[in-house]
Design a protein around this ligand. Structure first.
Ligand code: MOS
Length: 727
């Protein structure tokens, strides 16, 4: 089915099941520890041996010799796989670095071997006996130093952009801000590390894994191994967090496959936590210069945002300037991305790539501008709202209720109690401050397919390779099918994450909820047509309600349609044409934060948080709220904790485990409130929904930093805002 805008009225609009705050249908499995995550799938795969990954101990250079004789002689060892005996290993479409090093080493902890043994302990002990000699080369590890030689990225959708004449507009502006900010390297730090169980049946490979994008992973595994795609099955029914770190094939899946081939048995590999941060991928550090010129009344006339980040050869820049093209009005504009070559581990997508670090900086800059103007920062944002894409004035936003988010949030949060002068509010030993930031993230839509079955007993089963990365996909997909077919939700079974199922949008870029349910919608339309035809009812005006199909004054139980045998509907929702040209689709919000800063120790505590979001139809307010409070929590981490510390001499991330990489825990997070504006966006899909999972993160860091400034009068432009920077 091809989506045509605007979406007309359809059965989803009934909102009998969709839009309800239902508990997760997979909740009991998760809370009882019985949902089978990747590493637990060995229960389905008897006799699995265990693979232990060995990472390179240099950041750049070549392997000159490998001696695995002692490893092979160690107790329990079944196989050792290195580049020397792995056969030809290609590279997938999505990874920047190769997943198995050799002889070239591209980054620290790049996998150099997998040791396969009967038990984990035997594999780990034997791995210490592996002798590898390296010829180390010099590399570049310091973004600030490499910045000078950064180049314009070749990527076609990331050119310098602009309209008007920024330099002239800025020079003429009566009020000017010119500031540079930095964000550090960050790790996805998901709960479940990358894990896979692999086995071969002749030429056919099955991999139980933890991956956000089944079809991308399947294709890349086939390409990397040099085998036909149809010989690979990838299964990932539960994912213990991804945040972008599981968008692409990672080393443990490849090594489980190679280990299994060498051992002649199933092999399971859980990437050791201490390897994860240097072996896989991370959000790269950025240096961002922001210049804004405004009238004395606070109208932005000129705005420029430049960002520098680094990656391995063939990599991409962090697109931290994206939101600056779209968020605020202003006639003279310029954005610019520059990419430096660094020999650190691969830099890649992490939750809201681009906007997350971009908003961390832009929204401090706006706070600084408000102060220069002597203007309230909420009002400054309201004054600079726009209804059209500022770089393409003919292009309107499909929905933009940004100002409402700011106004409602300010009312609800008690913004009028904030002292405009920093350092003025005390509560015992705490200096108290409030901060605000805009929330903005683009809304992407992706083609997505599903198959829906109606069984003889009237039960509905949905099959799609969509993943549930903790987001609630199982539940909203069941809600969609229940609404479309007119059955209670407990009559719907959802099967996800198997490459044998139709290819979905997958979980990425906050497109998953809207796009995957739109695919289920399309399949249900097919099933409704088939059911009506079987029952001799007119499909164009048949209603599916309360387990019945009604048309032309007749009402027939739905299950009768399958009496002669199961009915199946399968379809893909596709987008295209000129949606993107005519309409700018984005999600909007406002974040409000109150912090306390200890007057003696500078300890920072977040005291209150509020997010107001405008993101289309909310398919399940409970699941959506969970996404947003999770994102707000991550935003606090980004503001005051998260920092992959680069050893600029030795070329790796020093704090490469969860002991050294600090993220918020429950005790760090206060009461959080989330408000969704009641809206539906007929330009986004028949679901009229958009994404919230990344929106909830964008801007939080700056709201915290701005609150810290309001509390203390100390402006920190280098994240994370740790207490040493306040003393
Ligand atoms: Mo997201 S970084 O596309 O999982």
């Amino acid at each position: 089915m091809k989506f045509t805008v605007p979406a007309g009225t359809n059965p989803i609009d009934q909102m009998k099941v969709v839009g309800k705050p239902l508990d997760r249908i997979d909740g009991p499995l998760k809370t009882t520890g019985t949902a089978p995550y990747a590493y637990e799938q060995h229960k389905l795969v008897p006799n699995a041996a265990v693979g232990y990954v060995v990472g390179a101990s240099i950041p750049k250079g070549r392997i000159t010799r490998i001696d695995s004789s002692a490893v092979k002689a160690a107790p329990g060892v079944i196989a050792v796989v290195t580049y020397e005996n792995a056969g030809k290993i290609g590279k997938g479409n999505f990874n920047t670095a190769r997943l198995l090093a050799g002889p070239e080493v591209q980054h620290y902890h790049q996998a150099v071997a997998v040791v396969v043994a009967e038990t984990f302990e035997q594999a780990r002990a034997a791995a210490t006996l592996l002798k590898i000699d390296y010829a180390k080369q010099d590399g570049a590890y310091d973004l600030a130093k490499a910045k000078g030689s950064a180049v314009k990225p070749a990527e076609k959708d990331q050119p310098d952009s602009g309209i008007g004449n920024f330099e002239r507009g800025f020079a003429n502006a009566p009020v000017k801000l010119d500031a540079t900010y930095t964000t550090p390297d960050q790790s996805h730090a998901m709960m479940e590390p990358h894990a896979s169980v692999a086995y071969w049946e002749g030429p056919k490979l099955t991999v139980y894994t933890s991956n956000q994008m089944i079809n991308w992973g399947k294709k890349d595994l086939a390409k990397t191994l040099g085998i036909p795609e149809e010989n690979v099955r990838m299964v990932s029914p539960y994912v213990g967090g991804g945040f972008g770190g599981k968008l692409f094939l990672r080393s443990e899946a490849l090594l489980a496959a190679l280990g299994s081939r060498a051992a002649g048995r199933p092999v399971k590999v859980a990437l050791q936590r201490a390897l994860l941060m240097n072996n896989t991928t991370h959000r790269p550090a950025t240096i961002q210069r922001i210049r804004i010129g405004a009238t004395r009344e606070g109208r932005i006339t000129a705005i420029a945002h430049e960002s520098w980040s680094g990656d391995l050869p063939g990599g991409q820049p962090e697109t931290a300037v994206q939101q600056t093209r779209l968020l605020y009005a202003g006639a003279d504009r310029m954005t610019r991305l520059r990419l430096a070559r660094l020999d650190l581990p691969e830099a890649n997508a992490m939750r809201a790539p681009g906007e997350a670090p971009g908003m961390m900086c832009l929204e401090i800059a706006v706070d600084e501008l408000a102060e220069k103007l002597g203007m309230d920062p909420v009002m400054l944002r309201i004054v600079n709202d726009t209804t059209t894409d500022p770089e393409n004035p003919g292009k309107k936003f499909s929905q933009r209720r940004f100002v409402e988010c700011l106004r409602q949030g300010a009312d609800r949060f008690g913004w009028n109690k904030r002292s405009a002068t920093p350092g003025k509010t005390r509560d015992g030993r705490w200096l108290v401050g409030m901060g605000v930031a805009s929330a903005f993230r683009n809304n992407l839509v992706m083609k997505s397919a599903a198959r829906v079955r109606l069984a003889r007993d009237g039960a509905i089963t949905v099959e799609t390779d969509m993943t549930d990365i903790g987001t609630g996909s199982y539940t909203i997909i069941a809600q969609t099918a229940a609404e479309m077919m007119g059955v209670p939700i407990d009559r719907v079974t959802v099967k996800l994450g198997d490459s044998d199922f139709p290819i979905s949008a997958g979980s990425g870029g906050q497109w998953g909820a809207n796009s995957s349910t739109a695919g289920v919608y399309a399949a249900c339309v097919k099933l409704r047509e088939a059911a009506a035809a079987r029952l001799g009812l007119d499909p164009t005006n048949a209603e599916f309600v309360d387990g019945s199909v009604r048309a032309g004054g007749r009402s027939v139980p739905l299950r009768q349609a399958a009496e002669a045998g199961e009915l199946v509907g399968e379809d893909t929702m596709e987008y295209g044409g000129d949606i993107d040209k005519k309409w700018q689709q984005s999600t909007f919000g406002a974040h409000f934060v109150e912090v306390g800063v200890d007057v003696a120790t500078a300890e920072i505590r977040v005291r209150r948080m509020l997010a107001v979001c405008a993101a289309g139809r909310i398919l399940n307010p409970k699941a959506a709220r969970s996404q947003v409070i999770g994102a707000m929590t991550m935003g606090v981490g980004g503001a005051i904790m998260e920092d992959l510390v680069v050893d600029k001499r030795l070329g790796f991330f020093v704090n490469h485990d969860l002991a050294g990489y600090e993220v918020p825990v429950h005790a760090d997070i206060p009461h959080q409130e989330v408000i969704f504006l009641d809206e539906s966006d007929p330009m986004s899909s028949p679901m009229k929904a958009k994404g919230v999972g990344e929106l909830g993160l964008c801007g939080v860091g700056a709201a915290v930093a701005n609150a810290i400034y309001n509390a203390t009068g100390i402006r920190v432009r280098d994240y994370p805002v740790t207490l040493d920077k306040l003393l």
